[in-house]
Design a protein around this ligand. Structure first.
Ligand code: PLP
Length: 389
């Protein structure tokens, strides 16, 4: 069997074997519950492992360990930051109809949470982005009102990879007394993420996007007191989030954070060079291809292209059969949303959005993979254009 070339790392990444090794003992040998620490040696070991992971995650984003709470992943972190902070801040500040502001290109976890807040009677505002896939901070400034308590702006978009002006968004939000939540699910472990430099008050991360396991993530909160719990329970995470700790998952998140942090600078350069090479080769061999979103202010591992005269579904299916895995819009909405809300928001027509594919590279991607993938993709584009007529 020929090796599958996996170019869908923005959807999920394989667990790094070194991460898996570190997790292994916490399933059935060191299986203790951290909440039993103090009267159980197994609980003590589990607690020590969880606290080590907390320090590793904190180091990746420049936070103090006490500012990190473990969650079930990026979706929960986003839901918690928005629902927990808006309600808490509205109550603390005595604002009857507090407002939350976000952008049109956020992940469904953010947009859905904002829609829930609207249903609960809060005010909401969704700010558009430019055709380059990047938020204009002036548009954000115009959306903020005296009742705005929270602004949520993603660090980089999961489909186009475009990096948002988060530090400027933080300045604008803070000038008006609002706090800033940053969805850093696509950036943590890939490009430098520093909560102080970004001005983030809350920041979401997810382990499976950078070599860790699925179903575990973290939320950074500059001050945990600005959050109501999303999950009420048995007092875990200093009472901020109930639910027995996912100890192996948390250990995996910590290990992935440490390893990603160590490899970061070299890996960014390597992936940007491979990504640019892939782009050039597909463009040269197939022609009539355009990039979606700014090519400079972009994650090094992301390429999103629209291909004239080709529908993405048959192309992606044929690529998968030929051993190259990529995606159309985001994995999170696959099969549900006919077109990407992100590509529509940056001004593409539904037809253009349906002829777009996202290729996202990862630590396992080699130069040989890129050469082979470019050949296969260009050939399939030519074939599909020919059959279309
Ligand atoms: N936010 C962004 C930008 C994402 O890309 C994703 C996953 O695709 C999520 C949030 C959700 O993260 P998780 O899969 O850990 O729930």
């Amino acid at each position: 069997m020929t090796k599958v070339i996996y170019l869908d790392n923005a959807a999920t990444t394989p667990v790094d074997p070194a991460v898996f090794e570190e997790m292994r003992t916490y399933f059935s040998l060191e299986f203790g519950n951290p909440m039993t620490a103090g009267h159980s040696s197994l609980g003590d070991a589990a607690l020590a492992a969880v606290e080590k992971a907390r320090s590793e995650v904190a180091a990746l984003v420049g936070a103090n360990p006490a500012q990190i709470a473990f969650t079930s992943g990026g979706t929960e972190s986003d839901n918690w930051a928005i629902k927990g902070a808006v309600e808490r801040l509205a109550l603390d500040r005595g604002i009857r109809k507090a407002q939350v502001v976000t952008t049109a290109i956020e992940h469904a976890a953010v947009l859905g949470s904002v829609a829930t807040m609207q249903r609960r009677g809060f005010a909401t505002s969704i700010v558009r982005v430019g055709q380059n896939g990047i938020l204009d901070p002036e548009d954000l400034r115009r959306a903020i009102r005296p009742e705005t308590v929270l602004v949520s702006v993603m660090h980089a978009n999961n489909e186009t990879g475009t990096i948002q002006p988060v530090a400027e968004a933080a300045r604008i939000a803070h000038e008006r007394g609002a706090l800033l939540h940053v969805d850093a699910v696509q950036t943590a472990g890939h490009v430098p993420v520093d909560v102080a430099a970004l001005g983030a008050d809350f920041l979401s991360i997810s382990a499976h996007k950078f070599g860790g396991p699925k179903g575990v993530g973290a939320l950074f909160a500059r001050d945990m007191r600005n959050l109501f719990p999303l999950l009420d329970g048995g007092g875990q995470e200093q009472g901020a989030r109930g639910s027995t700790h996912n100890v192996p998952g948390i250990v995996g998140l910590g290990a992935a954070a440490r390893l990603a942090g160590e490899g970061l600078p070299g890996e960014q350069r390597r992936l940007a060079a491979l990504r640019d090479h892939l782009h050039e080769m597909i463009a040269q061999r197939a022609g009539r291809i355009r990039a979606n979103g700014d090519m400079k202010r972009r994650l090094p591992q992301n390429l999103n292209i629209r291909i004239d005269g080709v529908d993405n579904e048959p192309l992606l299916m044929a690529m998968s059969q030929a051993g190259v895995i990529a995606s159309g819009c985001s994995a999170c909405t696959a099969g549900k949303a006919p077109v990407s809300h992100v590509l529509l928001a940056i001004g593409l027509s539904p037809g253009e959005a349906r002829s777009s594919i996202r290729l996202s590279l990862g630590t396992q991607t080699t130069e040989e993979d890129i050469e082979r993938a470019a050949g296969i993709i260009a050939e399939l584009i030519r074939l599909l254009r020919a059959t279309k007529g």
